[in-house]
Design a protein around this ligand. Structure first.
Ligand code: NDP
Length: 491
C-alpha cells in the first residue's frame, strides 16, 4: 500500500448525513383566540363556535364560528346589497385595481400566509411558500387583467355578471382554492359568500384582513365558516345565483340534486384517480421525480394526484427499484420545517379513511412498501406508501384515497395503457412519460381527462383551464374559460 492510500484511510468519513432541523418561525403570524364571520366588511359575532387545530400537533389554534342558516342569510344579504349598490356597475378597470391590490398584498404578506397555511393544514412550508402562495397571488393578478377585457374575451356576447356566488372550498389547498374561486368571480363583477372547510378556516379568515387592507367595498367578499351544514345552507339559499364547489364527489352529487330546477348556475370540481403512464422510452430519472411529485406532493391530498401509476412492463423492475430508493429519501415530519417533503394528514377522519383503504389493499392481495421513516407520536401521519401487484378491481385502484399512497399497475401497449387509464369513473387529470412527441399526441387524444401533463406532473398556471370529465365534475377554473361560469350573456 502506498503512503497516499494510507493517508486516505485516515480521512474521517462522516457517518450521519441527516438534516438538522430548519423550522420556519411562527412569530410572523398572530392568531386571534376567537373569530366570527366576515359579513359586509365587519366581524359578525357567531352564535356557536368550534375549535380549529393544527393536524401536526393536535394543538388548538383558535375558536371559529359555526355558521348557522341565519349567518348565511346575513352574508347573502350583504353580498346582494354590495352587488346592487355599485360593484356590478363599476367599470372593469376599477374592479381590476382592487384585484391587483389584493394580489400585491398577498405577495407582501406571503410568509405570514404560508406559515398559517402550514400550521392549520399540515402541508410542508416549502409547498405553501413556493406553490400555494405564489399561485394564489398569480390568480388575482391574472383575473385582474381580464376585468376590463370581458367584451374581448367573449366578443359579440355582451357579458354581464350573474349576481351573488356561493363558493364552497375544501381543506387541501385552502387559500389557493379561495383564490381560484374569488378572483374570477370579482373580475366578472359578482359578489361572493365563501365557506372554507371547517378544518382549515384560518387563511380565509386572514384573507378578510387583506380585503379590508385593499379597501374592497363592504359586502363584496363575505366569509362564513362552519361545517357541511353551513355549506348546505348556502347551497339552498334562494338569493344565491351560482354555486361553485370543490370537494368530494358525494357532496357534489348532492349539490347537483339540490340545485336542479332552481335556476342556480353550478360548477363542480370533484375527485380524481389520475393515471400517470410511464413508457419504456422515457427519461427514467425525470419520470421518477414526476411520480414522486405526482403522488406525495401535499401528502397526496390532491384531487389530480397521480395515484395510479401505469408502468410499461419492460421497465417495471428498474423503475420500481429506483422508486423505492427515492421514497426512502423523503423526509416526513414537522410541516414548518423547511426540509420537510411530506407533512401531516389534514384530519383524523382523513387519516382513518387512508388507513381503511390501505388495509383493503393488503387484504385484497397487493404488496405494500412503505418508506422507512419515524412518524411523530402526536398528530395525524401516514408514511409514503407504494402498492405493487395491484389488480384493476382492487379498491386502491378504483377509489380516491387522498393520501400518500400509490398503486402500481403495468401495461404492454399504448392501447392497453389508454384502456386501463380510462377505466375509472373519474376524469380529472393524467400524465404521460415518453420521449416520443407523436406518442404524447396520440395518448392525449384518447385519455378522458381534463388535464394531461406530458413529461411533468402537477403543474398549475392561472392561464390554464382546469376541470374534469365524468364524476370529476364539470366547468373549468383558470384561464379565460374560468370567467364564463361567472357571466351571463345577452345574445
Ligand atoms: P367534502 O366534499 O365533504 O368537503 C368539501 C367542502 O364542502 C367543505 O367545505 C365541506 O365542509 C363542505 N360540505 C360538506 N358537506 C356539504 C353539504 N352537504 N353541502 C355543502 N357543503 C358541504 O370533502 P371532505 O372534506 O369530507 O373529504 C372527503 C373526501 O373528498 C376526501 O377524502 C377526498 O377523497 C375528497 N376531496 C376532494 C377534494 C378535491 O379537491 N376534489 C378536496 C377535498 C376532499 P366541511 O369542511 O365542514 O365538511
Amino acid at each position: 500500500m502506498t503512503d497516499i492510500e494510507k493517508k486516505q484511510e485516515r480521512v474521517p468519513v462522516p457517518q450521519d448525513w441527516t438534516y438538522a432541523p430548519a423550522p420556519e418561525s411562527r412569530e410572523i403570524v398572530r392568531i386571534a383566540e376567537r373569530y366570527g364571520h366576515f359579513v359586509g366588511g365587519e366581524w359578525l359575532e357567531p352564535s356557536e363556535t368550534y375549535e380549529t387545530i393544527s393536524p401536526a400537533t393536535e394543538e388548538t389554534l383558535a375558536s371559529v364560528g359555526q355558521g348557522t342558516d341565519e349567518d348565511v342569510d346575513h352574508a347573502v344579504a350583504a353580498a346582494r346589497g354590495a352587488f346592487a349598490d355599485g360593484w356590478s356597475a363599476l367599470p372593469g378597470s376599477e374592479r381590476a385595481k382592487y384585484l391587483f391590490r389584493i394580489a400585491r398584498i398577498l405577495q407582501e404578506r406571503s410568509r405570514e400566509f404560508a406559515v398559517l397555511e402550514s400550521l392549520n393544514c399540515g402541508k410542508p412550508i416549502k409547498e405553501s411558500r413556493d406553490v400555494d402562495l405564489p399561485l394564489a397571488a398569480a390568480h388575482f393578478f391574472y383575473y385582474a387583467g381580464w376585468a376590463d377585457k370581458l367584451e374581448y374575451a367573449f366578443p359579440n356576447r355582451r357579458p354581464k355578471p350573474i349576481g351573488v356566488a356561493g363558493q364552497i372550498i375544501p381543506w387541501n389547498f385552502p387559500l389557493l382554492m379561495l383564490a381560484w374561486k374569488i378572483a374570477p368571480a370579482l373580475a366578472a363583477g359578482n359578489t361572493v359568500v365563501l365557506k372554507p372547510s371547517h378544518t382549515t378556516p384560518l387563511t380565509a379568515l386572514l384573507f378578510c384582513d387583506v380585503v379590508r387592507q385593499a379597501e374592497l367595498p363592504p359586502g363584496v367578499v363575505n366569509i362564513v365558516t362552519g361545517f357541511g351544514s353551513t355549506g348546505a345552507a348556502l347551497v339552498k339559499h334562494e338569493d344565491v345565483d351560482k354555486i361553485a364547489f370543490t370537494g368530494s364527489t358525494g357532496v357534489g352529487k348532492w349539490i347537483q340534486r339540490e340545485t336542479a330546477g332552481s335556476g342556480k348556475r353550478l360548477t363542480l370540481e370533484l375527485g380524481g384517480k389520475a393515471a400517470n403512464i410511464v413508457f419504456d422510452d422515457c427519461a427514467l430519472d425525470q419520470a421518477i421525480e414526476g411520480i414522486i411529485n405526482g403522488i406525495y406532493f401535499n401528502q397526496g391530498e390532491v384531487c389530480c394526484a397521480g395515484s395510479r401509476l401505469f408502468v410499461q412492463e419492460s421497465i417495471y423492475e428498474p423503475l420500481i427499484a429506483k422508486l423505492k430508493q427515492r421514497l426512502s429519501t423523503l423526509r416526513v415530519g414537522d410541516p414548518l420545517d423547511k426540509n420537510t417533503d411530506v407533512g401531516a394528514i389534514n384530519s383524523r377522519d382523513q387519516l382513518e379513511k387512508i388507513e381503511e383503504l390501505v388495509q383493503s389493499g393488503i387484504d385484497e392481495g397487493a404488496e405494500i412498501y412503505q418508506a422507512p421513516c419515524r412518524l411523530p407520536e402526536q398528530g395525524f401521519w401516514f408514511a409514503p406508501t407504494v402498492f405493487t401487484n395491484v389488480a384493476q378491481s382492487y379498491r386502491i385502484a378504483q377509489e380516491e384515497i387522498f393520501g400518500p399512497v400509490l398503486s402500481v399497475l403495468t401495461f404492454r401497449t399504448p392501447e392497453e395503457a389508454v384502456e386501463k387509464a380510462n377505466n375509472t369513473p373519474y376524469g380529472l387529470s393524467a400524465g404521460v412519460w415518453t420521449e416520443k412527441g407523436s406518442r404524447i399526441l396520440w395518448m392525449v387524444q384518447r385519455l378522458r381527462a381534463g388535464v394531461v401533463w406530458a413529461n411533468t406532473f402537477n403543474r398549475f398556471d392561472p392561464t390554464s383551464p382546469f376541470g374534469g370529465y365524468k364524476e370529476s365534475g364539470f366547468g373549468r377554473e383558470g384561464g379565460r374559460h374560468g370567467l364564463e361560469p361567472y357571466l351571463r350573456f345577452d345574445e
